[in-house]
Design a protein. Structure first.
Length: 139
C-alpha cells in the first residue's frame, strides 16, 4: 500500500512538472508573438527629418506610420505644412521655410542616406525608410 502511495505521489509530481513546463512554453510563445507584432508595427513606419544648411539646423522630425505604396509626397502633405511647385512636381516650402526672392536655395531630399533621383511624388517608401529633407544652396 505504501508502495502504491509513493508511485501515485511520484506520478502526480511528474504531471505537475509537465503542466508547469507547458504553461511556461506557452507564455514564452505568447511573448514572442507580441514582440513580433510590435516589430511589424514599427516596421510600418518611416522617419522623416527636416533640416537646413546641410543638416546644421533642425526644423522638424517625425516618425510616421505608412501603408504599402505610400509616396514621399503623400507623407509630406499629410504630416507637414508644405507648398509645391506646378503640378506638385517639387516641394518649394516646408514648415514655412522657402527661398527668398533671388535666393539660390531649394529643398533636396534623400532616403536612407542616398540622394533621391526622382521627384517626391514618384518615390514609393518602404517600411523603415529614413527620409531627410534639407534646405540648402544649389550652387
Amino acid at each position: 500500500m505504501k508502495q502504491m502511495m509513493k508511485m501515485l505521489l511520484a506520478a502526480l509530481f511528474v504531471l505537475g512538472g509537465l503542466t508547469a513546463c507547458g504553461q511556461s512554453t506557452e507564455d514564452a510563445n505568447s511573448g514572442e508573438g507580441s514582440q513580433s507584432t510590435q516589430e511589424e508595427q514599427q516596421e510600418q513606419r518611416v522617419q522623416v527629418e527636416i533640416t537646413k544648411n546641410n543638416g546644421e539646423e533642425a526644423v522638424a522630425e517625425k516618425e510616421i506610420e505608412i501603408e504599402a505604396g505610400t509616396t514621399v509626397m503623400e507623407v509630406m502633405k499629410a504630416n507637414f505644412d508644405i507648398e509645391t511647385g506646378s503640378n506638385d512636381g517639387f516641394i518649394t516650402s516646408i514648415e514655412g521655410v522657402a527661398p527668398k526672392n533671388g535666393e539660390q536655395k531649394a529643398w533636396f531630399y534623400s532616403v536612407n542616406g542616398e540622394e533621391a533621383m526622382v521627384g517626391a511624388k514618384e518615390y514609393t517608401l518602404e517600411p523603415g525608410d529614413r527620409v531627410t529633407f534639407d534646405f540648402h544652396s544649389w550652387e
